[in-house]
Design a protein around this ligand. Structure first.
Ligand code: F0G
Length: 456
């Protein structure tokens, strides 16, 4: 293992509540880890979103905020940075990723359209549906198999893609929604070879590709280490190449952008840019701040440069995740393979094979992990998948996972070893674990606020 490419300048104390306390806290949080107070969590692996430790260079940038309502200097920095790294012509800042997804969906999806994509993401899909579209999965089958060791499980299956285009006609396809390091598949990258072929196919049918660039640096790192011919490429060149094969992107900079808040929409089409600028002022803020303070734009520009140019940051981060996954594998704990970029995903179906999917095995496991060691994880299974808006039926996704997401530059090796031990304890007593039932369900994105109680 190589050591972190940084040292620690400020620390944040954390506390571990006692076993009895955890029992009461979990009950008050209705067995939903999203409803736990963070002060009662020892290690927070809920998400890698907005949880990054910023560098001193980024913190210094916060003091350089130009808080002008219009034409902030920090926006110019961000615009230049995105042009340099991604290569897109036009940039619309948004408060976070879903702000960009909202604008893109409203402007490009018509009622009854199909939006094919390499697996759904929760917020992306809901914005596609709210705009009248229907998401359709075109990822390769291996992505739905937690034990397949395919190195590029984020790849598109061209047979699925072309069949969909022929069935619905190209006019009914809004665009291809293409996610880097597919979150719901376990942080799995696509290859450049696959994207190049997708570009050819979509050129043939005159269909656009919009990238979800949220974890593009991690995807580029995997291309560098796994795809033949790219070993010596700088990450920035790989990122540029990915972007050059797409028509634009949405990005939540709260992940690979190394900031606590921020996002953007970028594109090459001037007409779409004009429309997006008109829309951002309604929902986010003026087109030169998009719901962010000038200082946030500066931290985002600096974070993006740092992430793309200091290659040790992503290499160390992914190494940390890989080592954590390996320590779970050593204890025979079933996880998604290959180990992903932003976290380790437990396979709840194999961890708790005695629970049916309607007993919420992944949700149950997140609750048990909190009880055991005050580590907070996230359900990524039937609760996250929600219901089909047309039929009202629960989707039953093939993947029923618990995500242990590692924040960037935040935890040490000892923290990860502690978590691995705790999860090992839960695994030892897995046969005694009972499921949950849902007692309250919000209409949309239910996983954030749903209530559960233990099955008797
Ligand atoms: N796309 C992907 C792939 C994401 O992972 C997220 C957020 C978004 C879009 C939306 O971005 O949160 O800035 O509005 N993922 C977080 C997570 C919530 O925990 O995985 P946002």
């Amino acid at each position: 293992m190589f050591p972190p490419p940084y040292k620690i300048k400020a620390v944040e104390p954390i506390e571990c509540p006692s076993q009895e306390e955890r029992q009461d806290i979990l009950k008050s949080a209705h067995y939903n880890t999203f409803l736990l107070p963070s002060s009662k969590v020892y290690l927070d692996f809920l998400t890698d979103s907005g949880t990054t430790a910023m560098s001193d260079f980024q913190w210094a940038g916060l003091m350089m905020g130009d808080e002008a309502y219009a034409g902030s200097l920090n926006f110019e920095h961000l615009e230049q940075c995105i042009r340099d790294i991604f290569g897109y012509r036009y940039i619309v800042p948004t408060h976070q990723g879903r702000g960009a997804e909202h604008i893109l969906s409203q402007l490009t999806i018509r009622k009854g359209d199909i939006v094919p994509g390499n697996m759904y993401f929760t917020t992306t899909k809901i914005h596609q549906e709210l705009a009248g579209g229907e998401f359709s999965d075109i990822i390769i089958d291996e992505a739905h198999d937690p034990s397949s060791e395919h190195p590029f499980k984020g790849n598109v299956d061209f047979k699925k893609c072309e069949a969909l285009i022929k069935k619905h006609t190209p006019q009914k396809i809004s665009y291809i929604s293409h996610e880097a390091c597919v979150n719901m598949a376990g942080g799995q990258p696509f290859s450049l070879e696959n994207l190049r072929e997708l570009r050819e196919l979509t050129n043939h049918y005159k269909i656009k590709i919009y990238l979800d660039a949220t974890r593009i640096v991690e995807n580029a790192h995997f291309i560098k280490v796994r795809e033949k011919g790219y070993e010596k490429y700088p990450l920035v060149s790989i990122i540029r190449e990915i972007c050059s094969l797409t028509d634009g992107c949405t990005m939540s900079a709260k992940k690979d952008g190394l900031v606590n808040i921020g996002g953007f929409l970028a594109m090459n089409d001037e007409e779409l840019f004009t429309q997006a600028k008109a829309m951002v002022v309604i929902y986010e803020g003026l087109h030169t701040y998009g719901g962010l303070a000038g200082r946030d734009l500066e931290a985002m520009a600096r974070g993006l440069y740092e992430a793309a140019t200091d290659e040790r940051i992503v290499a160390h981060r992914i190494q940390q995740v890989q080592e954590f996954g390996k320590s779970l594998l050593k204890a025979d704990i079933p996880i998604v393979k290959p180990i992903g970029g932003h976290g380790v995903f437990l396979d709840a179906k194999r961890f708790l094979p005695h629970l049916s999917q309607d007993m919420f095995p992944a949700q149950t496991l997140t609750a048990e992990i909190y009880l055991e060691c005050a580590v907070r994880a996230m359900e990524r299974g039937i609760v996250s998948a929600g219901r089909n808006p047309k039929t009202g039926e629960n989707y039953h996704p093939s993947l029923e996972l618990v995500r242990l997401t590692i924040p960037r530059r935040v935890y040490t090796q000892e923290h990860l070893e502690y978590a691995a031990q705790g999860i090992g304890q839960v695994f030892q007593r897995r046969n005694k674990i009972r499921g949950l039932k849902m007692t309250f369900e919000p209409k949309q994105l239910r996983f954030f606020q749903a209530h559960f109680e233990p099955l008797r």
